[in-house]
Design a protein around this ligand. Structure first.
Ligand code: SF4
Length: 430
């Protein structure tokens, strides 16, 4: 979502005549877009900002200016602390007000030296003020939903992104069309709780994610559709069926479970049980046997016992995952979990994470090994570091390095898989 927001800010700044530069030395303005999801991420922004203070001072000595803007959830969550610790920043704005950047720049221009903070949750959605979307390559993001009403006890999103909001279907379809017309083939629909998206269909009747996806799939040029991130209990039969019935919906799903212990899920305020999660997975695999399943895990949540952790290990062994993201629990100020007793010591979290990741990596490697010698349709999206090679993705969202010349960039081509590892496949055009 942050990458999407950053690209939309670029679209917005282009309307004022700005262009992206490759180095900070060429920049008249630098925008930092921040993430508050984990402690390390927010600490990182303060140290990053510190690196740019000398550049700003140097410009000042030369009689020039460097406008520093910080956007995103760190600002939203810690606006007061933020300006105390980074007083040389010109503009700080939350994730729901970046559409006001042109107006804030004008205000800054008028009252030089006065810092501006904007962390409102405006009544009118920012999307109404953004310019037409433009592809940056063949794969693009499109935000269809923002905010969250789920209030998982460890998560800052409901406080930083605000209440759940679904963009209207027509607006989403129009943005998808703009992206298709400017070169997008692979579209990732985004939302903090993407499968909670709801709105009115083209005929004015209530519509869920499956009907929205169907409308997007009708757009010429869009060849692959994915969506992230889904909440297990917001999954419906219709969403499962779209993986079987709409060929453009890719056989990939990121469905976070977080823990394999029902007791811990309850403390996390995740409103499903492991049995319910496994039931959804079974239905998905029946509807779309080739589906690759990915998930998120948090280890060391407050009060997590050895037994709770072993239940997570057992769940991973039962379900099996093609990809995953796993983290040590990190307390976020202001969330209910941060105030819970029995916070788990760091060394136990580390030990559990290592054990879980070893199992998950084994599963990822085994999953990818099943593709050795097979031919897959790979969308070639970028140049690889190694000359003469391109990077792409399979329908199951595996990274593939392919020996191919640049003329194949942007194409979906058959690739024979010659080597596999836990995170990457190697292949050759077939
Ligand atoms: S569903 Fe996701 S975004 Fe919403 S509160 Fe829970 S973890 Fe945060």
């Amino acid at each position: 979502m942050n990458v999407y927001d950053s690209l939309r800010m670029v679209d917005l700044m282009r309307t004022l005549g700005f262009e992206q530069t490759d180095t900070p030395d060429d920049a008249d303005m630098i925008i930092f877009n921040t993430c508050h999801i984990r402690e390390k991420a927010s600490e990182k922004i303060f140290s990053e900002l510190g690196r740019f203070k000398p550049l700003k001072e140097q410009r000042k000595k030369q009689g020039k200016d460097l406008i520093l803007v910080v956007a995103g959830c760190v600002v939203q969550a810690e606006s007061a602390e933020f300006m105390n610790r980074a007083g040389f920043v010109d503009i700080a704005l939350g994730p729901q007000t970046y559409h006001r950047l042109p107006e804030l720049l004008r205000r800054l221009e008028q009252k030089r030296k006065q810092r501006i903070i904007d962390v409102e949750f405006p009544a009118v959605a920012k999307f109404d003020f953004l310019p037409a979307a433009k592809s940056n390559g063949v794969s693009s993001f499109l935000a269809i939903q923002e905010g969250c009403d789920r209030f998982c006890s460890y998560c800052v999103v409901p406080y930083t992104r605000g209440a759940e909001y679904s963009r209207p279907l027509n607006e989403i379809v129009e943005e998808a069309r703009q992206l298709a017309e400017t070169g997008t083939k692979d579209l990732m629909l985004l939302g903090q709780n993407v499968n909670a998206w709801h709105g009115e269909g083209k005929d004015g009747t209530p519509s869920d994610l499956s009907r929205l996806v169907k409308a997007v799939a009708e757009i010429d040029g869009i060849e692959r559709i994915r969506y992230v991130t889904s909440y297990p209990s917001d999954f419906t039969k219709e969403m499962i069926a779209m993986h079987r019935d709409i060929p453009k919906v890719m056989p990939y799903l990121h469905l976070p479970i977080q823990s394999g212990s029902d007791r811990i899920l309850k403390k996390m305020n995740r409103r499903y049980t492991c049995a319910e999660y496994e039931e959804i997975v079974a239905c998905l695999r029946e509807a779309c046997p080739e589906i690759a399943l990915s998930s998120d895990f948090i280890v060391g949540f407050p009060e997590e016992t050895d037994d709770d952790f072993e239940q997570t290990m057992d769940l991973v062994r039962r379900v099996t995952f093609a990809q995953s993201y796993s983290f040590k629990y990190s307390a976020r100020p202001g969330t209910p979990a941060a105030a819970m007793k029995d916070q788990i010591p760091e060394e136990i979290k580390t030990e559990r994470l290592e054990k879980l990741q070893a199992l998950l990596i084994e599963q990822h490697a085994a999953y990818n090994a099943g593709f050795l010698g097979k031919t897959m349709h790979v969308l070639l999206e970028d140049k690889a570091k190694k000359a003469g090679y391109l990077l792409g993705h399979t329908p199951q969202m595996q990274n593939v390095v392919v020996k191919a010349s640049e003329e194949f960039l942007g194409q979906i081509v058959p690739v024979r898989i010659t080597k596999t590892a836990a995170t990457t496949l190697d292949g050759e055009l077939s």
